[in-house]
Design a protein around this ligand. Structure first.
Ligand code: MUC
Ligand code: MG
Length: 365
């Protein structure tokens, strides 16, 4: 089997409401659909959500990277030769979302060719995982309403709270959320680098008092000594997310004492590098959790496949709810979150069938 063609299709899909965090705000989905077709007619898909405020990519840069840099490498290659393709794509630095979408599409093809779903190819640790919801920045009232809606409609009982603003404002929201959701609900926090080290140290103690279990990216990890002071002083684990986006970067962060747990995202490390990162962390006794790059439906399906594939990830709630912010998407069957859980698709590959009418409607080129 050989790759015949590669497409990078920019989409524009409206949001129901914006999603805000300390380093940026998303108001519409400008994702890029990557579609890889083989000579025997299989079609694999992946989704790149560009996040310029985090990684510097845009929809235009993803399209250009896939079209100009990756397509010449991919066309004619065996889609099973992921290690060779990974090395060839690796000659271009960065462009993580573009590479993540290509890798996702390759696993989709491998699953279809073998007649197995991706989570089974990865190791079939579980058939479903707990769902976590990421609560965007807002007033305490807005954040409570968001969380309560997710609990009432989808049974979700794990929440990542966006923080990183003036500490009093964040703590008011956390207090209100704990009061509304109760003691049993799992809460963790993500500051997206919004605080300085001194604020983050105070914050970590106050968050721990409210039963918040982890603190993601409290400050810029480039503030090297500041980050180490936070890790040393925080009563709760500090999670690396946007500062730990490569295998070597994860190793360095853990060995340097910049983070104590790692968030992995299919959107930026695909299945191949996500699995390598999880293996590295497993060997070191470091927790890994699946985050959300504000993914659409394809990215969500992929995250669930990763979570159900690897045992270390299946133990923790997976951040899967961001696609619900979008007014629509291009999949025929939307994901389903019920009783706080989401199941892996049982169809071969990703099981992500594109609706041609929706694609025609939302594609920009
Ligand atoms: C997160 O966990 O940080 C916000 C920006 C981004 O790239 O991902 C999100 C969520
Ligand atoms: Mg994060």
């Amino acid at each position: 089997m050989k790759i015949r063609s590669v497409e990078a299709i920019p989409l524009a899909i409206p949001y129901r409401r914006p999603f805000a965090f300390a380093s940026g705000k998303v108001t519409a989905a400008d994702h890029v659909l990557v579609r890889i077709t083989t000579d025997d007619g299989l079609v694999g898909v992946g989704e790149a959500p560009p996040r310029p405020y985090t990684y510097g990519e845009t929809a235009a840069s993803v399209v250009a990277a896939v079209r100009d840099l990756f397509t010449p490498v991919l066309v004619g290659a065996d889609p099973f030769a992921r290690e060779r393709i990974r090395a060839d794509l690796g000659r271009t630095v960065a462009n993580n979302a573009a590479k993540g979408a290509v890798d996702t599409a390759l696993w989709d093809l491998a699953g279809q060719a073998c007649g197995q779903p991706v989570h089974v190819l990865l190791g079939h640790a579980a058939d479903e995982v707990r769902a976590a919801h990421m609560i965007g920045l807002g007033t305490p009232k807005e954040m409570v309403a968001d969380a309560a809606g997710m609990r009432d409609e989808h049974g979700v009982d794990a929440f990542k709270i966006k923080v990183g603003r003036e500490l009093g404002v964040d703590l008011a929201a956390v207090r209100a959320l704990r009061a509304e959701l109760g003691e049993h609900v799992e809460l963790y926090a993500d500051a997206n680098r919004g605080w300085d080290a001194d604020t983050a140290i105070v914050a970590s103690r106050r968050l721990a008092d409210h039963g918040v279990s982890m603190l993601e990216e409290p400050n810029p990890a480039d503030d090297v000594l500041g980050r180490r002071r936070i890790v040393a002083a925080s009563p709760i684990p500090v999670v690396g997310d946007e500062s730990t986006i490569t295998l070597g970067g994860v190793a360095r962060s853990l060995l340097d004492g910049d983070s104590e747990a790692i968030s992995v995202k299919v959107a930026r490390t695909g299945f191949t590098d996500s699995a390598k990162i999880v293996g590295l962390c497993e060997g070191l006794g470091v927790t890994t959790v699946i985050g959300n790059q504000i993914d659409g439906m394809i990215g969500t399906v992929a995250s669930v496949a990763l979570g159900c594939g690897l045992r270390a990830l299946a133990r923790h709630p997976v951040e899967v709810t961001n696609y619900l912010l979008m007014a629509d998407d291009v999949l025929v069957d939307p994901p389903v979150i019920a009783d706080g859980r989401i199941a892996a698709r049982q169809a071969p590959g990703l099981g992500a069938t594109i609706d041609p009418d929706k694609l025609a409607h939302y594609r920009l080129a």
